[in-house]
Design a protein around this ligand. Structure first.
Ligand SMILES: C[S@@+](CC[C@H](N)C(=O)[O-])C[C@H]1O[C@@H](n2cnc3c(N)ncnc32)[C@H](O)[C@@H]1O
Length: 273
């Protein structure tokens, strides 16, 4: 995965424009796992400085400002930061890459959030760089919340031709068939982009069993993402010097500390230094 591929995807006018829609009246939790994780993190982080990493256009901004008034947003895509500034002209937002946060000092934040699987844009080895930077920026009692896609969940191995998502059983429903056909008729260019992006990415798919790199169906299969497993993410977080408080599946359930595996779509991790 080239370093700049995903930055170009998220910095493209089309993707940045799609994210503008996510803020404003449709603000809200991405899924129940995110909601459970932020509720779990809130009491320890209340009133402390918050860093919202990979903010996009600010879907998480109102949610995090309920936890603290001291709020800073960053994103490595300048177009996303512009979109954020249009939505929240009074708040601080910087263009910055989670792999190198040299502009911030040690122990500046009580809570760092990298939501919506943003960490999955970087390579397997770079994930520990990102967590290392987060650890440096957090206070001694600081809390980290981030979400990450599961290799054993339905977002891994999707194709533009599938009748059902991986790990999910195919069940025919006339309503679903009409919606699927209608969506493709409404956006034929999107279908072409999906097939083209998926086709050109398929030879770069790298499946190591405990983690993988593969295209993601969102944004017409343009992002090429990292997918973890429960054992891989536990190792990542603990090797970076964090203690895991909780891991939530996207349905809001807790993944037990001894669970060997999970078919959740993604995990949201709550961890401390
Ligand atoms: C899936 S979008 C989510 C945006 C927003 N957090 C939301 O939930 O709507 C991921 C965001 O993370 C940003 N991003 C990805 N990798 C990043 C990195 N290494 N440093 C900073 N931002 C990054 C992307 O530009 C994009 O805006």
């Amino acid at each position: 995965m080239s370093t700049d591929h995903n930055r170009n995807v998220f910095d493209s006018a089309r993707v940045a424009a799609a994210y503008v829609e996510y803020a404003g009246p449709t603000d809200g939790f991405l899924d129940r796992g995110e909601a459970a994780a932020l509720v779990a993190a809130a009491s320890g982080a209340r009133g402390t400085p918050v860093l919202d990493v990979g903010v996009g256009s600010g879907r998480t901004t109102a949610l995090l400002r309920l936890i603290s008034d001291q709020y800073v947003a960053i994103d490595y895509a300048p177009n996303m930061v512009d979109a954020f500034r249009r939505n929240f002209p009074d708040l601080q937002a910087n263009v910055a890459d989670a792999r190198n946060l040299a502009d911030f000092g040690d122990g500046e934040f009580g809570l760092i959030v990298f939501s919506n699987n943003g960490i999955d844009t970087v390579t397997h080895d770079e994930r520990s760089l990102v967590l290392g930077e987060f650890r440096r920026l957090l206070t001694e009692s600081g809390v980290l919340v981030f979400s990450t896609l599961n290799r054993n969940g339905p977002s891994f191995g999707e194709t533009p031709f599938q009748l059902s998502r991986p790990t999910q059983r195919f069940r025919f429903s006339p309503r679903r068939a009409v919606t699927a056909v209608g969506r493709r008729l409404l956006d034929p260019a999107g279908v072409v982009r999906s097939v083209r992006n998926w086709w050109s990415a398929r030879s770069r798919i790298d499946d190591r069993g405990s983690w993988a790199l593969a295209p993601l169906a969102a944004h017409d299969f343009a992002p090429f993402m990292h997918f973890t497993t429960i054992s891989d993410v536990r190792t990542l977080v603990t090797d970076a010097g964090f203690t895991i408080d909780e891991i939530f599946a996207d349905d809001g359930s807790m993944v037990p500390p001894d669970a060997p595996d999970s078919t959740a779509d993604n995990f949201t991790i709550v961890a401390r230094k």
